[in-house]
Design a protein around this ligand. Structure first.
Ligand code: PLP
Length: 397
């Protein structure tokens, strides 16, 4: 009976043998710098809620008001019955913030990448993709049917070599890259990429999932931070990280957005963003724009933690923690020798009250502890994390 499904258990055994098995870990309580894990309070250094907005009462109030006005669901796809004033307001707010003509919101950032990339290129085209790009960029690229070539991480020389060798064989070319790399925290060489795009007649899609709300004078992202706002560009991002809600967006020219409304299946054939999610994201954008001090606090915390981690590594150079990966974001990663050790460290730290992510292959090439900083972390939280890391390293050699 049901022999057709036996392979699933075999596949799971293989996952276990490789030390790759993952399970969910439940955090209780409201999203914030401290949460509850297994009945105890922990410091949360694993969240993408960089500005601490997911637990902000103003977002909750906006979401509740939207539910009271519109109900819980948007009841249909945007092109049929699921389009509301809130969607319009949100899309306009995103476009204005980014300094572009228009924007479109998807149900998630993942769907935004899948739908956008597959709409822009097909089998006659070429995609050049940073080696460390997020899964949603890669799967969008695969779905498109275009030829995919990956270039070495953040290496515009390698990108250029590939353009020289391959560009002329294809009709359109799309370069795709994270702005801030989600598992490393470093930033892409966007000015160089845009120059190459001009030279070789390429489109560029930049994924601002970790840049939105965090980087740039108005917090609009790495594109602003790197002075690239005036360049033709496809800016994608998420409402689910610093904006504390759920959903994704693409911002760009009026014709790009109009084209996506007609050609992106993951937008056309899915239900519109819920009123609550749209209202929370809109409230978050207003807060990001009117409270730059939140961003200042975030960066103060980043510098504080970074310096403390460097000191710690300096004083414990013989430990299992190898080094701090280069970062220009609130994502700070400590390289660890192997997958078994990183899992053990992660477990110790959680038990000692610091909730951090242990990340290992196949998600990343080299195992690491991934720490994310929030604007709402207090100095004492960071001190406690450093102290706990120090203690844990004593135990683990
Ligand atoms: C999180 C993330 C996404 C997906 O966004 P969701 O809104 O969570 O679906 C896309 N790209 C990158 C780089 C991300 O980190």
């Amino acid at each position: 009976m049901a022999q057709a499904y036996d392979w699933i258990d075999q596949a799971l055994r293989t996952v276990h043998r490789a030390n790759w098995h993952r399970t969910v870990q439940r955090l209780d309580g409201k999203a914030g710098p401290t949460m509850t894990y297994q009945g105890r309070q922990v410091l949360n250094f694993a969240s993408n809620d960089y500005l601490g907005l997911a637990g902000d009462p103003r977002l909750s109030e906006a979401a509740i008001a939207a539910i009271q006005t519109y109900g819980t669901g948007s009841t249909g796809s945007r092109l049929l019955s699921g389009h509301r004033l809130l969607h319009e307001e949100l899309e306009q707010a995103i476009a204005q913030w980014k300094g572009v003509a228009d924007a479109i919101v998807f149900s998630s950032g993942y769907l935004a990448n899948m739908g956008t990339i597959s709409a822009l290129v097909n089998a006659r085209d070429l995609i050049l993709s940073d080696q460390y790009n997020h899964s949603s960029l890669l799967n969008g690229a695969k779905l498109s049917g275009a030829t995919i070539q990956s270039y070495r991480h953040a290496d515009s020389d390698d990108l250029k070599t590939q353009l020289v060798n391959a560009r002329s064989r294809y009709r359109r070319c799309l370069i795709i890259t994270d702005s801030i790399f989600s598992m490393d925290g470093d930033i892409c060489p966007l000015p160089d990429i845009l120059e190459l795009a001009d030279q070789f007649d390429c489109m560029v899609l930049v994924d601002e999932a970790h840049g939105t709300g965090v980087l740039g004078a108005t917090g609009s992202g790495a594109v602003e931070h790197l002075g690239c706002r005036n360049h033709p560009l496809i800016q994608m991002g998420t409402l689910s990280k610093a904006l504390g809600s759920l959903g994704g967006y693409v911002a760009g020219s009026a014709s790009l957005i109009d084209f996506l409304r007609n050609r992106a299946p993951s937008w056309i054939y899915t239900t519109g963003l819920t009123p609550a999610a749209a209202a929370a994201a809109l409230a978050a954008i207003r807060i990001v724009q009117s409270e730059p001090e939140r961003r200042d606090r975030l960066w103060q915390n980043v510098h504080h933690l970074k310096t403390a981690l460097q000191d710690l590594l300096h004083h414990r150079s013989q430990s299992v923690l190898k080094k701090l990966l280069p970062s220009e974001s609130p994502i700070l990663c400590l390289e660890v020798a192997d997958a078994a050790i990183v899992m053990q460290l992660g477990q110790h730290l959680k038990q000692a009250g610091c909730f951090v992510s242990a990340v290992r292959p196949p998600t990343v090439p080299v195992s690491r502890l991934r720490l994310t900083v929030m604007a709402t972390h207090e100095q004492a939280h960071i001190h406690h994390l450093i102290h706990t890391l120090d203690q844990t390293m004593r135990l683990n050699g």
